[in-house]
Design a protein around this ligand. Structure first.
Ligand code: FAD
Ligand code: MG
Ligand code: MG
Ligand code: MG
Ligand code: MG
Length: 549
């Protein structure tokens, strides 16, 4: 293949069937992957490219290690250290993976093709459009920022989703300092320029606030002594606490640490609008509206659906939803040959309530109309696989033995239950259903899972509806996706962090920060980036951060 340009020229009219000039051998099924983020690259890493004709479309020809983006905003880590070229990542596989640097602008679900547009920003190549046909499409385009239609946010706020965003923030932060120390400014003007506002008290906002605070305390204060008492960092959070997806101990620790550091946390506040000078918000408690001047605003609250995905949802009857829904095998609902993974999608978890009659029937092997404990125990493993909320329910009830589920309302053991008793026993299970968070951990696990499915496609196709042995005994069915949570970190600055690991293990402080360093070094996708990141950290320890624009 001669790269994108040659490829585009070989098919000048959009709308003609896609013919790959290089493909003479017996036709393999075509897999098209949209996106080279966490989900897309994790899929590509394990996908057996000898089984398929694989094409990847993404406007960025690299993978970015997003958890280190906040560190890039102040130069703790350099941008180049956290990106890995996609062509490096796919070249090692069996079989060839083709990559096209372009954006998918339209998915045509009825005709199994996508329209792509490349934009190299120069006249030689300019905008190019081309069609790609697929047999299987994997949507892994991630999410976009969500302004909740708040006026002025798009124009006047910074975001932190992409590497370019982080680089832009870095320049703007330095600009704020340089501007604030120019001669002839009033103190008020200097203060305004040095007021950094972060909207959103989630992990990204909190980490940015911490990084900014460290940058100032450790490096900038020496270079801009005049700014010493004028800098202010504010975090605005609509809920009652920052880091509210974390354990309470971590969230409290973070709030206390920020207080000591002089980072102001404003909770219960909703931002109404942002102008180039002020940010206007409303206190939820008393309805009071206030405006404060700012030098820089980072908007880091919520994620939204990309237009191309929204349009696709309308085509397949998902217009009423907010997020693209898949089943537990990550197949898009209403579109059998399309998968969606990562932040752009959500798993529409099946309720046990909806299946309760068929579960009962299948479990009742002797057709007696009642279930014995033994009959119930025989299907419990399948239920745990098919309905992950079941496991959470057993945990939340501290039940180790499923027998206890079959107790009657007075708490006595029942030998057998009828359908009504069975419904009652499982009536609260669905309350434990949770949608998975939009994290790299989820995206990467979904990509890895899907690569396995595609590598074993035939089995998968024979059994699209999964593992319930009791529905079709004897046949090995494909397990639905199962998320495994490995914990989460919240770096809080000053070489301290909060860490939350499985099994209710929570720690805060300096040791957690060292754990963070080692985990994030080990998670790097290549030895090259690992080395770059570690040497950036070392450089920062020895020489401090670079403060040039
Ligand atoms: P992304 O990684 O966003 O990838 C989307 C890909 O699709 C990109 O390559 C993009 O260029 C491409 N794309 C976009 N539009 C199109 C289009 N129209 N056509 C083709 N391709 C397209 N998660 C954690 O678990 N731990 C953390 O510590 C953590 N920290 C984070 C810090 C920051 C600052 C941010 C922003 C996120 C963080 N996350 C973290 C969340 C994590 O980055 C996301 O959940 C993850 O990136 C989702 O993966 P994805 O593949 O769905 O989307
Ligand atoms: Mg992706
Ligand atoms: Mg990414
Ligand atoms: Mg998701
Ligand atoms: Mg029976």
């Amino acid at each position: 293949s001669g790269g994108l340009v040659a490829y585009s020229e070989s098919q000048p009219d959009i709308g003609t069937p896609d013919v790959d000039p290089n493909q003479k051998e017996p036709k393999k099924k075509r897999v098209v992957v949209l996106g080279t983020g966490w989900a897309g690259t994790s899929l590509l890493k394990d996908l057996d490219a000898s089984l398929y004709d694989v094409q990847v479309v993404s406007p960025r020809n690299y993978f970015a290690f997003t958890p280190l983006l906040p560190s890039v905003t102040v130069g703790t880590v350099e941008a180049r250290s956290i990106v890995e070229p996609i062509r490096n990542m796919v070249k090692k596989g069996r079989g060839e993976v083709k990559y096209w640097e372009a954006e998918c602008v339209k998915i045509d679900a009825a005709n199994n093709n996508i329209l792509c547009r490349s934009n190299f920003g120069n006249n030689l190549v300019g905008d190019r459009e081309f069609l790609l046909e697929y047999d299987y499409l994997v949507i892994a385009v991630g999410a976009q920022v969500n302004t909740f239609n708040t006026p002025g946010v798009m124009e006047n706020c910074h975001f932190l989703k992409e590497v370019e965003d982080a680089q832009k923030i870095r320049r703007s932060v330095i600009d704020c300092f340089e501007m604030a120390v120019l001669p002839g400014l009033s103190e008020e003007e200097r203060r305004k320029n040095l007021h950094f506002v972060i909207v959103g008290g989630g992990p990204t906002g909190v980490e940015f606030a911490a990084e900014l605070h460290d940058f100032f305390e450790e490096d900038l204060v020496k270079l801009y002594p005049m700014a010493k008492d004028l800098v202010k960092i504010s975090v605005i959070q609509s809920g009652d606490h920052i880091l509210n997806t974390f354990d309470e101990r971590i969230s409290t620790f973070a709030e206390e640490k920020f207080k000591r550091d002089g980072i102001e946390v404003q909770t219960g506040c909703r931002v109404l609008s942002v102008s180039d000078k002020d940010i206007t918000m409303k206190m939820k408690s008393n309805g009071e509206i206030c405006s404060i001047p700012h030098g820089l605003v980072l908007w880091s609250t919520g994620i939204g659906t990309r237009p191309v995905v929204k349009d696709f949802m309308e085509q397949i009857g998902q217009a009423h939803r907010r997020v693209l829904a898949t089943n537990e095998w990550l197949r898009v609902k209403g579109c059998d040959n399309v998968y969606a993974i990562g932040d752009c999608a959500t798993i529409d978890q099946r309720k046990i309530k909806e299946d309760i009659s068929s579960i009962f029937k299948a479990a009742d092997k002797d057709n007696s109309g009642t279930l014995t404990v033994k009959e119930f125990q025989d299907v419990i493993d399948d239920l745990l696989i098919r309905y992950p909320q079941m496991e959470l329910y057993l945990k939340s009830m501290h039940l180790s033995d499923v027998k206890d589920l079959l107790k009657d309302p007075q708490g006595n053991d029942q030998k057998e239950v009828d359908i009504e008793g069975f419904k009652l026993a499982l009536s609260h299970v669905d309350s434990q259903m949770k949608s998975l968070p939009a994290t790299a951990q989820v995206a990467a696990q979904q990509g890895a899972y899907l690569s396995k499915c595609l590598n074993r496609r035939l089995q998968c196709e024979e059994n699209p509806e999964g593992p319930l042995r009791f529905r079709d005994s004897g046949r090995h069915r494909f397990r639905p996706f199962r998320y495994k949570h490995f914990g989460q970190f919240a770096p809080l600055g000053g070489e301290q962090a909060g860490a939350e690991l499985p099994g209710d293990w929570v720690s805060v402080g300096h040791s957690s920060q060292w754990l963070w360093y080692s985990v994030y070094a080990s998670k790097q996708v290549s030895w090259r980036t690992r080395m770059l990141v570690v040497s950036d950290w070392t450089r920062r320890f020895i020489f401090g951060r670079d403060s040039s624009r």
